[in-house]
Design a protein. Structure first.
Ligand code: CP
Length: 308
């Protein structure tokens, strides 16, 4: 059983294989209509359940389209509409769904929900985001960096802002793909020490730098994300904005990065909060390639899970 639960729990050589497969699959269907099937149909006869307990645009559409391009079928389920949202246990839900479908993707709040789903399912489970990590996003981000600039190993990646779930998966990727990582943000929003520790144990240089201009100096890639995540209370918004305003990615900050640096944001963005429109639509930005590559990277993840 191959669950795709997190980047740090998946062997590095298998992550590399998925990225390479994603590039190959993207190249193979270049120029085709989005709805056209792939030449090979590895998911033919397969049913995939896509469970969302939180909102989604990219994850929902990219998984759905990806399954269809590979010949499979999907059912998109909202947590609230399932018995899961009305008291049925995660374990029972996992056992039941495993009788109907070949693969489960779940976006949920608590990491424990994902882990329980994987423990009790008899089909592979994919992490479509929890409060702690977002591994599918970072597979797409690694793919996007390499598509534009070649191997990410040895590069300097700078995360500006909130040390959130996307930042956590970036730290996992630093360890697994061998790049260096600098976090710049307020001390109250540092990434968890466990995530930093993983990257360091794997040999990546990880720095915490409070001065965003020093942090971004010489960066190959600058990344940010929304200042208020889906699981953060609305009441925290003003405090977070005040703390994070010095870490906005704007043209002055990007000037500190290398001339050929890239800018990423997993989206959705709050334009002119965490990043200015000038940066998001500027020459360094690859945000829409990043969004597209969710599709290709996740297709490779699903093939890896199913061994097809
Ligand atoms: N980046 C991302 O996961 O987007 P959605 O929330 O729209 O799925």
């Amino acid at each position: 059983m191959k669950h795709f639960l997190d980047i740090h729990t998946t062997p590095a050589d298998e992550l590399r294989g998925m990225i390479d497969k994603a590039h190959a699959m993207k190249t193979a269907r270049a120029g085709r209509p989005k709805g056209a099937p792939d030449d090979d149909q590895p998911l033919k006869g397969h049913m995939v359940a896509l469970i969302f307990e939180k909102p989604s645009t990219r994850t929902r559409v990219s998984f759905d389209v990806g399954v269809r391009q590979m010949g499979g079928e999907t059912m998109v389920l909202s947590g609230k509409e399932m018995q899961l949202g009305h008291g049925e246990t995660i374990a029972d839900t996992a056992r039941v769904l495993s009788r109907y479908v070949d693969l489960i993707m779940i976006r949920t709040f608590e990491e424990q929900t994902l882990l329980e789903m994987a423990e009790h399912a008899t089909v592979p489970v994919i992490n479509g985001l929890t409060n702690r990590t977002h591994p599918c996003q970072i597979m797409a981000d690694v793919m996007t960096y390499e598509e534009h600039r070649g191997p990410i190993a040895g590069r300097k990646v700078v995360w500006a802002g909130d040390g959130n779930n996307v930042c956590a998966s970036f730290l996992h990727a630093a360890g697994q793909f061998g790049f260096d990582f600098t976090f710049t943000g307020p001390p109250t929003l540092d990434p968890e020490p466990e995530f930093v520790g993983f990257a360091r144990e794997k040999g990546s240089k990880v720095f915490i730098e409070r001065d965003p201009f020093k942090a971004v100096a010489g960066a190959d890639l600058v990344v940010t994300d929304t200042w208020v995540s889906m699981h953060d209370p609305e009441s925290a918004k003003e405090r977070r904005h005040n703390q994070l305003r010095p870490y906005q990615v704007n043209e002055a900050l990007m000037e500190m990065a290398k001339a050929d640096s890239l800018f990423m944001h997993c989206l959705p963005a709050h334009r002119n909060d965490e990043a200015t429109s000038a940066v998001m639509d500027g020459p360094h930005s690859v945000i829409f390639d990043e969004a597209e590559n969710r599709l290709h990277a996740q297709k490779a993840v699903m093939r890896w899970c199913l061994g097809v």
